[in-house]
Design a protein around this ligand. Structure first.
Ligand code: ZN
Length: 277
Protein backbone atom coordinates (compact mmCIF):
# COMPACT_ATOMS: atom_id res chain seq x y z
CA UNK A 1 0.00 0.00 0.00
CA UNK A 2 3.04 2.23 -0.11
CA UNK A 3 2.56 5.25 -2.30
CA UNK A 4 5.14 7.72 -3.47
CA UNK A 5 3.49 10.85 -4.81
CA UNK A 6 5.40 12.38 -7.59
CA UNK A 7 4.67 14.14 -10.78
CA UNK A 8 6.73 13.95 -13.87
CA UNK A 9 5.32 16.47 -16.25
CA UNK A 10 7.65 18.42 -18.45
CA UNK A 11 6.78 22.03 -18.93
CA UNK A 12 8.40 23.93 -21.72
CA UNK A 13 8.80 27.67 -21.47
CA UNK A 14 9.19 29.40 -24.77
CA UNK A 15 10.22 33.00 -25.21
CA UNK A 16 9.12 34.48 -28.47
CA UNK A 17 10.74 37.65 -29.78
CA UNK A 18 11.72 38.69 -26.30
CA UNK A 19 8.25 40.17 -25.84
CA UNK A 20 5.77 37.38 -25.71
CA UNK A 21 6.00 34.62 -23.12
CA UNK A 22 4.24 31.41 -24.07
CA UNK A 23 3.91 28.48 -21.73
CA UNK A 24 3.30 25.19 -23.46
CA UNK A 25 2.83 21.79 -21.88
CA UNK A 26 4.81 19.10 -23.61
CA UNK A 27 2.69 16.50 -25.31
CA UNK A 28 2.15 13.62 -22.86
CA UNK A 29 3.49 11.26 -25.50
CA UNK A 30 6.83 13.03 -25.36
CA UNK A 31 7.07 13.39 -21.58
CA UNK A 32 10.24 11.81 -20.24
CA UNK A 33 9.96 8.82 -17.93
CA UNK A 34 10.72 9.58 -14.28
CA UNK A 35 14.33 8.43 -14.59
CA UNK A 36 16.16 7.22 -11.50
CA UNK A 37 19.85 6.68 -10.80
CA UNK A 38 21.37 3.65 -12.62
CA UNK A 39 22.58 2.00 -9.41
CA UNK A 40 21.09 0.53 -6.26
CA UNK A 41 18.87 2.20 -3.68
CA UNK A 42 20.80 4.07 -1.00
CA UNK A 43 24.17 4.00 -2.77
CA UNK A 44 26.09 7.27 -3.22
CA UNK A 45 28.16 7.76 -6.39
CA UNK A 46 29.98 10.80 -7.79
CA UNK A 47 29.77 11.84 -11.43
CA UNK A 48 31.67 13.76 -14.05
CA UNK A 49 31.47 14.64 -17.72
CA UNK A 50 34.36 14.26 -20.14
CA UNK A 51 34.31 17.14 -22.57
CA UNK A 52 35.67 14.91 -25.34
CA UNK A 53 32.37 13.05 -25.35
CA UNK A 54 29.92 14.17 -27.98
CA UNK A 55 26.72 13.40 -26.14
CA UNK A 56 25.52 14.64 -22.75
CA UNK A 57 26.90 11.62 -20.93
CA UNK A 58 27.92 11.27 -17.29
CA UNK A 59 30.38 8.80 -15.81
CA UNK A 60 29.62 7.51 -12.32
CA UNK A 61 31.90 5.92 -9.72
CA UNK A 62 30.85 4.75 -6.29
CA UNK A 63 31.80 6.79 -3.22
CA UNK A 64 29.98 5.20 -0.30
CA UNK A 65 32.70 2.71 0.57
CA UNK A 66 31.45 -0.06 -1.68
CA UNK A 67 33.40 -1.11 -4.73
CA UNK A 68 32.44 0.32 -8.09
CA UNK A 69 33.47 -2.82 -9.99
CA UNK A 70 30.76 -5.45 -9.77
CA UNK A 71 28.06 -3.14 -8.42
CA UNK A 72 24.63 -3.77 -9.95
CA UNK A 73 23.61 -1.52 -12.83
CA UNK A 74 19.87 -0.80 -12.70
CA UNK A 75 17.39 0.29 -15.35
CA UNK A 76 16.59 4.00 -14.87
CA UNK A 77 13.02 3.38 -15.98
CA UNK A 78 10.99 0.51 -17.37
CA UNK A 79 11.48 -0.52 -20.97
CA UNK A 80 12.98 -3.04 -23.36
CA UNK A 81 16.67 -3.85 -22.88
CA UNK A 82 19.01 -4.56 -25.80
CA UNK A 83 22.54 -5.93 -25.42
CA UNK A 84 25.46 -4.71 -27.52
CA UNK A 85 29.21 -5.15 -27.60
CA UNK A 86 31.70 -2.59 -28.91
CA UNK A 87 35.20 -3.70 -27.81
CA UNK A 88 36.87 -0.54 -29.12
CA UNK A 89 34.44 1.86 -27.44
CA UNK A 90 31.41 1.29 -25.24
CA UNK A 91 32.43 -2.27 -24.38
CA UNK A 92 29.53 -4.44 -23.26
CA UNK A 93 26.59 -2.12 -23.07
CA UNK A 94 22.81 -2.02 -22.78
CA UNK A 95 20.33 0.33 -24.37
CA UNK A 96 16.91 0.46 -22.73
CA UNK A 97 14.11 1.71 -24.99
CA UNK A 98 11.49 3.43 -22.84
CA UNK A 99 8.98 4.37 -25.54
CA UNK A 100 8.01 7.85 -26.63
CA UNK A 101 11.45 8.33 -28.21
CA UNK A 102 13.35 7.93 -24.93
CA UNK A 103 16.36 5.66 -24.48
CA UNK A 104 19.11 5.21 -21.88
CA UNK A 105 22.64 3.81 -22.31
CA UNK A 106 24.78 1.90 -19.80
CA UNK A 107 28.37 1.36 -21.05
CA UNK A 108 31.44 -0.68 -20.01
CA UNK A 109 29.49 -3.46 -18.24
CA UNK A 110 31.43 -6.38 -16.79
CA UNK A 111 28.43 -8.64 -17.45
CA UNK A 112 24.85 -8.58 -18.66
CA UNK A 113 22.04 -9.53 -16.26
CA UNK A 114 19.14 -9.75 -18.73
CA UNK A 115 18.50 -11.38 -22.08
CA UNK A 116 18.58 -9.34 -25.26
CA UNK A 117 15.12 -7.87 -25.82
CA UNK A 118 13.98 -8.43 -22.22
CA UNK A 119 11.24 -6.29 -20.70
CA UNK A 120 12.75 -4.65 -17.62
CA UNK A 121 11.19 -2.81 -14.71
CA UNK A 122 12.54 0.39 -13.22
CA UNK A 123 15.18 -0.62 -10.69
CA UNK A 124 15.75 -4.04 -12.21
CA UNK A 125 19.38 -5.10 -12.46
CA UNK A 126 20.47 -5.17 -16.11
CA UNK A 127 24.22 -5.69 -15.67
CA UNK A 128 27.22 -5.29 -13.41
CA UNK A 129 29.63 -2.36 -13.42
CA UNK A 130 32.91 -2.96 -15.20
CA UNK A 131 35.55 -1.46 -17.45
CA UNK A 132 35.03 -3.21 -20.79
CA UNK A 133 35.80 -1.37 -24.02
CA UNK A 134 37.64 1.92 -24.07
CA UNK A 135 37.72 2.56 -20.35
CA UNK A 136 40.51 3.19 -17.85
CA UNK A 137 38.69 1.95 -14.78
CA UNK A 138 35.36 0.62 -13.56
CA UNK A 139 32.52 3.12 -13.93
CA UNK A 140 29.03 3.45 -15.37
CA UNK A 141 28.90 5.60 -18.47
CA UNK A 142 25.26 6.69 -18.55
CA UNK A 143 23.21 8.62 -21.10
CA UNK A 144 19.62 9.72 -21.66
CA UNK A 145 18.61 10.19 -25.30
CA UNK A 146 15.47 11.58 -26.90
CA UNK A 147 14.96 10.62 -30.54
CA UNK A 148 18.61 9.58 -30.65
CA UNK A 149 19.98 12.85 -29.31
CA UNK A 150 21.75 12.96 -25.95
CA UNK A 151 19.91 15.08 -23.39
CA UNK A 152 21.06 16.75 -20.21
CA UNK A 153 20.61 14.05 -17.61
CA UNK A 154 17.61 14.43 -15.30
CA UNK A 155 17.10 12.19 -12.27
CA UNK A 156 13.82 12.32 -10.33
CA UNK A 157 12.94 15.44 -12.28
CA UNK A 158 16.16 17.23 -11.26
CA UNK A 159 18.77 18.18 -13.85
CA UNK A 160 22.34 17.17 -12.97
CA UNK A 161 23.67 20.18 -14.93
CA UNK A 162 25.94 22.00 -14.79
CA UNK A 163 28.13 18.92 -15.17
CA UNK A 164 31.36 18.82 -13.18
CA UNK A 165 34.51 18.07 -15.19
CA UNK A 166 35.91 15.69 -12.60
CA UNK A 167 34.77 13.33 -9.87
CA UNK A 168 34.24 14.23 -6.19
CA UNK A 169 32.59 17.57 -6.90
CA UNK A 170 29.01 16.36 -7.16
CA UNK A 171 27.28 13.30 -5.75
CA UNK A 172 23.99 11.49 -6.27
CA UNK A 173 22.33 9.05 -3.89
CA UNK A 174 20.01 6.56 -5.57
CA UNK A 175 16.41 5.87 -4.68
CA UNK A 176 16.05 3.46 -7.57
CA UNK A 177 14.47 0.20 -6.55
CA UNK A 178 13.88 1.39 -2.97
CA UNK A 179 10.27 0.31 -3.28
CA UNK A 180 11.32 -3.26 -3.81
CA UNK A 181 10.19 -3.80 -7.35
CA UNK A 182 8.17 -0.86 -8.48
CA UNK A 183 5.44 1.20 -6.92
CA UNK A 184 1.81 0.18 -6.99
CA UNK A 185 -1.01 2.68 -7.25
CA UNK A 186 -4.47 1.66 -6.11
CA UNK A 187 -7.41 2.59 -8.27
CA UNK A 188 -11.13 1.80 -8.40
CA UNK A 189 -12.50 0.68 -11.75
CA UNK A 190 -16.24 0.79 -12.49
CA UNK A 191 -16.51 -2.10 -14.97
CA UNK A 192 -14.63 -5.16 -16.11
CA UNK A 193 -11.95 -3.89 -18.49
CA UNK A 194 -10.16 -5.74 -21.26
CA UNK A 195 -6.37 -5.66 -20.98
CA UNK A 196 -4.16 -5.40 -24.05
CA UNK A 197 -0.53 -6.04 -24.94
CA UNK A 198 0.06 -2.34 -25.64
CA UNK A 199 -1.74 0.99 -25.31
CA UNK A 200 -4.28 0.16 -28.00
CA UNK A 201 -7.01 -2.40 -28.62
CA UNK A 202 -5.05 -4.55 -31.08
CA UNK A 203 -4.18 -7.57 -28.96
CA UNK A 204 -6.48 -8.51 -26.07
CA UNK A 205 -4.78 -10.44 -23.24
CA UNK A 206 -7.53 -10.82 -20.66
CA UNK A 207 -9.70 -8.91 -18.20
CA UNK A 208 -9.18 -6.70 -15.16
CA UNK A 209 -12.24 -7.20 -12.98
CA UNK A 210 -14.15 -4.17 -11.72
CA UNK A 211 -13.23 -3.12 -8.18
CA UNK A 212 -10.09 -1.95 -6.40
CA UNK A 213 -7.00 -2.79 -8.43
CA UNK A 214 -3.33 -1.85 -8.44
CA UNK A 215 -1.59 -0.36 -11.44
CA UNK A 216 2.10 0.42 -11.97
CA UNK A 217 2.29 3.36 -14.35
CA UNK A 218 0.69 4.97 -17.36
CA UNK A 219 1.37 5.46 -21.07
CA UNK A 220 -0.41 7.61 -23.67
CA UNK A 221 -2.15 5.67 -26.42
CA UNK A 222 -5.36 5.03 -28.27
CA UNK A 223 -8.49 6.94 -27.23
CA UNK A 224 -11.13 4.89 -25.42
CA UNK A 225 -14.59 6.05 -24.40
CA UNK A 226 -17.62 7.90 -25.67
CA UNK A 227 -18.03 11.28 -27.29
CA UNK A 228 -18.15 13.03 -23.91
CA UNK A 229 -16.18 10.69 -21.63
CA UNK A 230 -12.84 9.43 -22.84
CA UNK A 231 -9.23 8.76 -21.94
CA UNK A 232 -5.97 8.35 -23.87
CA UNK A 233 -4.00 7.07 -20.89
CA UNK A 234 -3.42 3.36 -20.42
CA UNK A 235 -2.51 1.79 -17.09
CA UNK A 236 0.02 -1.03 -16.82
CA UNK A 237 -1.28 -3.73 -14.51
CA UNK A 238 -1.68 -7.47 -13.98
CA UNK A 239 -4.97 -8.92 -15.19
CA UNK A 240 -7.41 -11.07 -13.20
CA UNK A 241 -8.45 -13.22 -16.15
CA UNK A 242 -5.93 -14.26 -18.80
CA UNK A 243 -7.02 -15.51 -22.21
CA UNK A 244 -5.53 -18.79 -23.47
CA UNK A 245 -2.05 -18.30 -24.84
CA UNK A 246 -1.91 -14.68 -23.69
CA UNK A 247 0.04 -12.82 -20.99
CA UNK A 248 -1.80 -11.19 -18.11
CA UNK A 249 1.29 -9.55 -16.59
CA UNK A 250 2.13 -5.96 -17.44
CA UNK A 251 -0.91 -5.63 -19.68
CA UNK A 252 -2.56 -2.30 -20.43
CA UNK A 253 -6.06 -1.24 -19.38
CA UNK A 254 -7.61 2.05 -20.45
CA UNK A 255 -7.82 4.74 -17.76
CA UNK A 256 -11.35 5.32 -19.06
CA UNK A 257 -12.37 2.65 -16.53
CA UNK A 258 -11.25 4.67 -13.49
CA UNK A 259 -14.23 5.35 -11.24
CA UNK A 260 -13.38 9.03 -10.75
CA UNK A 261 -11.41 11.83 -12.40
CA UNK A 262 -11.94 13.59 -15.69
CA UNK A 263 -11.16 12.99 -19.30
CA UNK A 264 -7.50 12.22 -19.96
CA UNK A 265 -6.76 12.09 -16.24
CA UNK A 266 -5.02 9.10 -14.64
CA UNK A 267 -4.86 9.36 -10.87
CA UNK A 268 -4.94 6.83 -8.05
CA UNK A 269 -7.58 6.80 -5.32
CA UNK A 270 -5.63 9.46 -3.39
CA UNK A 271 -5.60 11.79 -6.35
CA UNK A 272 -1.89 11.16 -7.03
CA UNK A 273 -1.05 11.34 -10.70
CA UNK A 274 0.09 7.87 -11.77
CA UNK A 275 3.68 8.18 -13.10
CA UNK A 276 4.65 7.56 -16.67
CA UNK A 277 6.06 4.11 -17.34
ZN1 ZN B 1 31.92 8.07 -20.25
Amino acid sequence: MRRSPRTCLLALLALLGGLLTVTATASPAAAAPNFKAPYACGQQWTYSHHSAEVRQALDFVRTDGGGTAGSPVLASAAGTAYRYSQPSGAGNYIAVEHGGGWKTYYFHLAAFSVANGAQVAQGQQIGTTGSTGNSSGAHIHYEQLYNGVGQTIVINGQSLAPYPGSYYGKYLTSDNGCGGGGGKYWVDTFANATGYAAANTADAQGVLNAGTNYVYCKVWGARVGTASQFNHWWLRTDLDVVYAGKNGRNAYVSAYYLSRWGNDEARDNNGTVIPNC
